[in-house]
Design a binder for this molecule. Structure first.
Ligand SMILES: Cc1cc2nc3c(=O)[nH]c(=O)nc-3n(C[C@H](O)[C@H](O)[C@H](O)COP(=O)(O)OP(=O)(O)OC[C@H]3O[C@@H](n4cnc5c(N)ncnc54)[C@H](O)[C@@H]3O)c2cc1C
Length: 415
């Protein structure tokens, strides 16, 4: 049987794979999208039940299709899933689900790639890796597997009911950790939250959502991550209509804040002495952004309402003033730990000289030095917005245009 051939093979049918399918289609480039599960599987099963988008629907969408909900509403994960299903239908995306790409290597002769999949072999001239910015959950090796509590990563947390009775420690103060801790607190649990370095932008300020502020202040377009803040997460939430994440307010409602989780020893969890500094860093990031927003309003002569209350930082709660350095599992009743500690990448399937010594893809806006290999959807692929819904669409256009341009060169025949 002849081997199936396609011009451009896209690995993954998340938002990145769908975005580039649209742009390749617009360029009349024949392509195929292989997805090992279902379209936007991560939005279906890799997120907790109550998750809503971090940005309002007018913003967290592809420029080529609006959400059918109110533009200022935060789409539920179900609505995001339906949005992308509709989008795939609208562009007639050639997606083949339940087919895993197992291996990609250069063809022994000529150009192009040999692709081994769970459904047989395919040959392609170009490969676009759209396998996601957040692939495999990372749980730091702090608590041994045999310790007397349940450990899970935020990607397999769905709702408070799935946890054993008792108190919960949530580790991580980015968007996932802060939202999950808040949900558990609201459900009546005793919640400890291990707070690391973070930034916490205002949900909205002087009548505009923070996504608008990041846009006009040019922050979504920042091209490189500051090495000093690369490890700093962002705590933002669209839950409950969208509210600024405020760890002091969590503490006032009864959440117990602790510093970074450092180690575990014989039933006792230990924490770094950095809680006050981490919370203060988050407060400073909030105030800086408010000051930049004020400056923008002033210099553009805008008539936005004032909002001085946004600048009020309340007094440190007792858990910050007198931080605990350790918690005994038995006496605190902590029976579960949720690690909201991020993800790692996995490109084991791709046999190509496009990785650095740490296994990270080497590329310029997703274009590698190996002819025909592209990456899409990675954090900071071209700018800060790259791994988000609206950002990946623009990166996908750039890569599709690059593929189309290469086509034109290769098809050129001197007259
Ligand atoms: C908790 C959370 C909340 C988020 N909220 C927002 C938000 O509100 N707004 C926003 O803009 N962004 C948000 N993001 C960021 C980003 O939009 C999502 O991570 C999004 O899922 C990334 O899309 P993607 O297509 O790049 O990758 P993914 O959604 O991860 O899709 C990659 C796909 O590739 C498939 N795949 C992987 N390997 C193979 C293989 N070998 N063969 C075939 N298929 C393969 C996977 O099954 C998967 O379906 C959030 C991220 C997280 C973790």
């Amino acid at each position: 049987m002849p081997v199936e051939k396609t011009d451009t093979l896209i690995v993954g049918a998340g938002q990145a794979g769908l975005a580039i399918s649209e742009h390749l289609g617009n360029n009349n480039i024949e392509h195929l999208v292989l997805e090992k599960d279902r379209i936007v599987e991560k939005w279906r099963t890799g997120r907790w039940d109550s998750l809503v988008a971090n940005g309002p629907a007018w913003h967290d969408a592809f420029p080529s299709m609006d959400f059918s909900i109110h533009p200022d509403a935060f789409a539920s994960k179900q609505e995001v899933t339906e949005y992308f299903e509709d989008f795939a239908k609208k562009i007639n995306a050639p997606v083949r689900c339940n087919v895993e790409v197992l291996n990609v290597c250069k063809k022994p002769a000529g150009t192009g790639f040999k692709v081994s999949t769970s459904a047989g072999e395919i040959e392609a001239n170009n490969i676009v890796s759209a396998t996601g910015p957040f692939q495999h959950p990372v749980i730091p090796p702090v608590i041994p597997a045999g310790a007397p509590l349940q450990q899970l990563h935020s990607n397999s947390y769905y709702n408070p009911e799935q946890l054993p009775d008792g108190a919960v420690l949530v580790v991580g103060s980015g968007s996932s950790g802060s939202q999950i801790a808040d949900e558990l607190l609201r459900s009546g649990r005793t919640v400890y939250l291990s707070v690391g370095p973070h930034e916490r932008p205002p949900r909205s300020y002087r009548g505009r959502d923070f996504v608008w502020w990041l846009g006009v202040l040019g922050k979504w377009d920042l091209a490189t991550v500051d090495p000093d803040t690369a490890h700093v997460t962002i705590a933002v939430s669209g839950a409950h209509g969208g509210k600024t994440v405020d760890f002091r307010e969590f503490a006032c409602r009864g959440m117990k804040l602790v510093g970074m989780t450092s180690h575990y020893d014989n039933g006792v969890l230990h924490f770094a002495d950095d809680l006050a500094a981490n919370v203060a860093h988050g407060d400073a990031s909030l105030l800086n952004m408010l000051a930049e927003a004020d400056e923008y309003i002033y210099s553009n002569g805008l008539d936005f309402p004032t909002e001085e209350s946004a600048k009020v930082i309340t007094a440190d709660p007792d858990c910050i003033v007198n931080p605990v350095s350790q918690l005994d599992l038995r006496s605190t009743g902590i029976n579960s730990v949720i690690w909201a500690t991020g993800y790692r990448s996995d490109f084991d399937w791709l046999q190509a000289d496009v990785f650095d010594g740490d296994g990270k893809p080497v590329h310029q806006r997703g274009v590698t030095t190996e002819q025909g290999i592209y990456f899409l959807g990675l954090p900071w692929l071209s700018r800060r917005g790259s791994s988000f819904i609206w950002g990946v669409w623009h990166d996908a256009k750039y890569i599709a245009d690059h593929i189309a341009t290469q086509h034109r060169y290769r098809n050129y025949q001197p007259a």
